[in-house]
Design a protein around this ligand. Structure first.
Ligand code: GLU
Length: 417
């Protein structure tokens, strides 16, 4: 039976890693990191364009404060559960920790479908979120970034609001801002580039290469499409791709420039000419070299994991594979490059942005890219080598590295809770 509660899954993954560590060293701190430090729920009153007041609900979950500041995205979405917010904040801690950046996990959320708001309502909502929370955020406390349905523009409004409230210009209070609000160069490319650097490092590690590898991308819009473009440019062959509804297939390869132009014209992949078209989710079970789930969580579960045929899975989405399915894939010798490692390019460049803001000295694209590549590939090799040595899956070892860093920080900072 598939368990879809993300917080229980996060706790399960932490436990699996902690069981490998020497628990005696960490005593009751183990219990602490399996829970979140703080979950705030706030009411955000917004004057709508028709002068009525509407009250929105917002959340903010801080996982662990062993090493401040907190870091993580703010999501605007109508569907949310407290457990999901909590799980996402744990996941941010683990992600920052596995690539060894000095930030800790939090997650923010407002229950809203932003498509139903005018631009002025959206701005007021964003600013009010900051007004309700500004005592808990700031460059040395808690540094938000965008997530689902939030944008650099929203970060710019929020940073402006925060700076006015504390009466200090504070560009380092939010990241992923536009360049005009002191965002980082190379930001637009960072997430996709991070995925590619981790994938390339894995192929080097197993003495393989990307040329002519076939790959399948589930839902490659935005960064996922940039990722596919880079792979094609490196001579990999895209054979299946989907948007939110349709899958298209061409056994030779799909022409990505045509797909990009469909996207730019707000069309669906179903308008692609020379391809087979289906709506069938069984595509994840097709043969290929690299399978790239980039859409939703819980796509590979106990039921379909035994049928997966690809040799390697690169997770671009959050939690596309359940812990139960992970065990099945490991038994079938299918390597899974986990989301917490593959997705870390985003938060890494956020961190670089914050460093630039705090020092008021700005780097060029080349410098950001070089630092990203060096740091993310070093973290990747640490995971690959140790997982092989200890004969465990890559996700488990990524969690081992992360939880050890978190627990060691806690041990260094206090004896008793
Ligand atoms: N949404 C981003 C993530 O989940 C936020 C990272 C950041 O804080 O920069 O990776």
């Amino acid at each position: 039976m598939t368990n879809n509660n993300p917080f229980l899954n996060a706790q399960k993954q932490l436990k699996k890693a902690i069981d490998i560590l020497d628990k005696k060293q960490y005593t009751d701190k183990v219990e602490v990191i399996s829970n979140v430090k703080r979950l705030l729920e706030i009411s955000i009153p917004v004057k709508m364009d028709n002068w009525e007041i509407k009250v929105f609900t917002g959340f903010r979950s801080q996982h662990n404060d062993a090493r401040w500041p907190f870091k993580g995205g703010i999501r605007f979405h109508q569907d949310v559960t407290r457990d999901e917010v909590k799980a996402l904040s744990v996941w941010m801690s683990v992600k920052c920790s596995v690539v060894d950046i000095p930030l800790w996990g939090w997650k923010g959320w407002i229950i809203v479908d932003p498509k139903t708001l005018s631009i002025t309502e959206l701005e007021r909502l964003s600013r009010w979120y900051v007004r309700e929370l500004y005592k808990y955020i700031g460059p040395e406390i808690d540094v938000p970034a965008p997530d689902v349905n939030t944008t650099p523009q929203i970060m710019s409004w929020m940073m402006d609001e925060y700076s006015k409230l504390v009466w200090i210009y504070s560009p380092g209070s939010f990241t992923w801002k536009p360049l005009t609000s002191w965002g980082s160069k190379w930001r637009g490319r960072a997430t996709a580039q991070g995925w590619v650097y981790v994938l390339q490092k894995y192929l080097d590690f197993v003495w393989d290469k990307l040329t002519w590898k076939t790959f399948i991308v589930q839902w490659a819009w935005n960064a996922g499409l940039t990722f596919a473009e880079i792979l094609v440019w490196l001579w990999a062959k895209l054979i299946w791709i989907s948007d939110s509804k349709w899958w298209i297939y061409n056994e030779n390869w799909l022409d990505l420039s045509e797909i990009v132009s469909l996207k730019n014209n707000k069309k669906s992949v179903v308008d692609y000419k020379d391809a087979e078209k289906v709506t069938n989710e069984k595509i994840l079970e097709m043969s290929c070299d690299i399978l790239v789930p980039a859409a939703l969580e819980n796509q590979i579960v106990t039921e379909n994991a035994p049928n997966i045929k690809s040799k390697l899975i690169l997770e671009l989405a959050n939690w596309p594979i359940t812990p139960e399915a992970d065990n099945i894939l490991f038994g079938k010798n299918i390597a899974v490059i986990p989301d917490i490692l593959a997705n870390a390019g985003w938060v890494m460049v956020s961190y670089f942005e914050q460093v630039q803001n705090n020092t008021n000295f700005y780097w060029d694209e080349q410098e950001v890219d070089t630092k990203l590549k060096t740091k993310i590939q070093k973290a990747a090799v640490d995971v690959f080598e140790k997982a092989k040595e200890h004969k465990v899956d890559l996700r488990t070892w990524a969690y081992v590295i992360s939880t050890k860093r978190i627990l060691d920080s806690m041990n260094d900072r206090y004896e008793n809770i």
